[in-house]
Design a protein around this ligand. Sequence first.
Ligand SMILES: [Zn+2]
Length: 192
Amino acid sequence: MTAKEEIIKNLTVLTNNSCTSKISFIYYDILRECEIEFPADSWALARSKGYTFDQVLQNTNERTFNLLLWILRYDFDETNHAIFIQKIVLSSLWRPSNNGTSPHEDGRGLDIIKIKPNIGKEIVCASSTPSEPGFLVKIRTAAFQNKLANQYFSPWIMYYYNKEGKLIEEANRGITENERIHLTHVHFTIGK
Ligand SMILES: [Zn+2]
């Protein structure tokens, strides 16, 4: 079963339109089960246009789910394999066409608002968190090295390939529209 199929199979849509799912895998002989949450807001536009949440997942690119699974499997402790992400809260996957420029419109965007590692506090992916958490630095650097994503916009850092193919890493100053949009979540673009 692919990550996409497993997430769709385990989907629960609650009466308030928020949704949950889970994905499990064996990592170093331990069965790990990760929770994925989709608040009602995360698919409000699709809902207003008559789509079900199942269709939102169906319209999301397979490789977006592969990146999500890869993030959940990420090993933050190569010695003891004891630090990992237990729960992730997403704020957008596929979105119906609005202006035709967002990678979400063909299912290649992954927006994250919270990450809960098995140790320590929940990480809020918004400018209320003063600097980029080490968990996210590791994930985005490794995701680019493994060519799983080619843009990462966050409340702290804008990390992307420019038109010349050069990898850029600059602070989110909260000035441009793209910078302002990403003060509230972490966005990954999956390449075409
Ligand atoms: Zn996004």
